[in-house]
Design a protein. Structure first.
Length: 167
């Protein structure tokens, strides 16, 4: 009526199966052991903010993001450049993305350039894509280039324009 099952039998069979299990798991997963996996990418640091009471004379260069709320007398190069409503820049601004809420006197070069309704730009804009909101003030020339961030000569002469949009 009762039969002995292999489960209840003590012996090396049980130990052998258990010792093989980790090896099988390692071989079937195809992943290296946990201690050799690369670390997760670091979180992107927040933008550097130049406060409204700050005046900088000189050039700024970073691979990160900058938000300017004060005054800069010099050139700025960044990944993302945001010009605050009360900010003033006198110099060239070069970035992948440029968002202008304040005033720039000088050239702007960017892959994506956006002039918001409070923007005031006196200078040339060289861009790949541009957006100008109603109410923005712009005096200068606009030129589209596939690579506006390159420092090489301009591809063609740009037409001068004076644009003031009213809301």
């Amino acid at each position: 009526m009762f039969s002995k099952s292999r489960i209840n039998e003590p012996g090396p069979a049980k130990d052998t199966d258990a010792s093989k299990a980790p090896d099988i798991a390692k071989k079937s997963s195809g992943l290296p052991p946990m201690d050799t996996q690369p670390a997760a990418p670091k979180a992107k640091p927040p933008a550097s903010v130049l406060s409204s009471d700050l005046t900088i004379t000189g050039n700024l260069k970073t691979t990160g993001d900058i938000q300017v709320e004060g005054t800069v007398e010099g050139d700025i190069r960044a990944h993302l450049l945001t010009i605050g409503e009360n900010a003033t820049i006198r110099g060239e601004c070069v970035a992948d993305d440029v968002v202008i809420n304040g005033r720039i006197v000088g050239r702007v070069r960017g892959l994506k350039v956006r002039l918001t309704s409070t923007a005031k730009v006196e200078g040339d804009i060289i861009h790949k894509t541009i957006a100008i909101e109603s109410g923005a003030h712009f005096e200068g020339s606009v030129q589209r280039q596939d690579d506006p961030l390159s420092t090489g000569g301009q591809q063609r002469p740009a037409a001068k324009a004076q644009v003031t949009t009213e809301g």
